[in-house]
Design a protein. Structure first.
Length: 183
């Protein structure tokens, strides 16, 4: 027999010896028990802690997100309230401005009427003063003219006053009879 046949007849080269299989199984069983008893619980504990931290982080994130949503809603509400308040204040300011303008117009109108009335009073006083001055000057001129025409002196106050009054009355009747030009 050849050396290969001898080897083939005694053992299968692909199968290990039975004592190797037993010792390998014992070692595998010991490693399995150690892993089962010590490594797997520690590994599970680590995974559980990590899962709890992740779950806590998710819950915390959801809580923070809910608070942020509430804060955003509150901010938007306050912003809307602020805009409404600003619009109300603008409307009030416009209303107050219109009232102030109306008051100022009323005051300006009253002031202009007062100034016009004062000016009319002043004009009337100046007209009366001019009339008095004109009467005295016309009276003096009329007396001088009458003295020249009559040829006698009209220095007597009573006579002069009568002549002046009669002359002014004649002038007024003539001016009222004639229509005023440009009026």
């Amino acid at each position: 027999m050849t050396p290969v046949h001898i080897l083939a007849a005694s053992e299968n080269p692909l199968l290990p010896a039975w004592y190797d299989i037993v010792w390998s199984a014992i070692c595998l069983l010991i490693v399995f028990l150690v892993v089962w008893k010590y490594v797997l619980p520690a590994f599970n504990k680590t995974l559980d802690e990590r899962a709890e931290r992740i779950q806590g982080g998710i819950e915390k994130a959801e809580k923070v997100q809910a608070e942020a949503d509430e804060a955003l809603a509150e901010y938007q509400k306050q912003l809307a309230d602020g805009r409404a308040e600003a619009a109300r204040l603008r409307a009030e300011a416009q209303e107050e401005g219109a009232q102030i303008i109306a008051n100022m117009k009323t005051q300006a109108h009253a002031e202009s009427e007062r100034i016009v009335a004062q000016a009319q009073t002043q004009i009337e006083a100046e007209r009366q003063s001019a009339m008095v001055q004109l009467r005295s000057e016309v009276g003096t001129l009329a007396t001088d003219l009458a003295s020249r025409i009559v040829g006698e002196s009209l220095t007597d106050d009573q006579r002069s006053a009568n002549v002046v009054d009669r002359f002014i009355t004649d002038l007024e009747s003539q001016s009222s009879a004639q229509p005023v030009k440009g009026a």
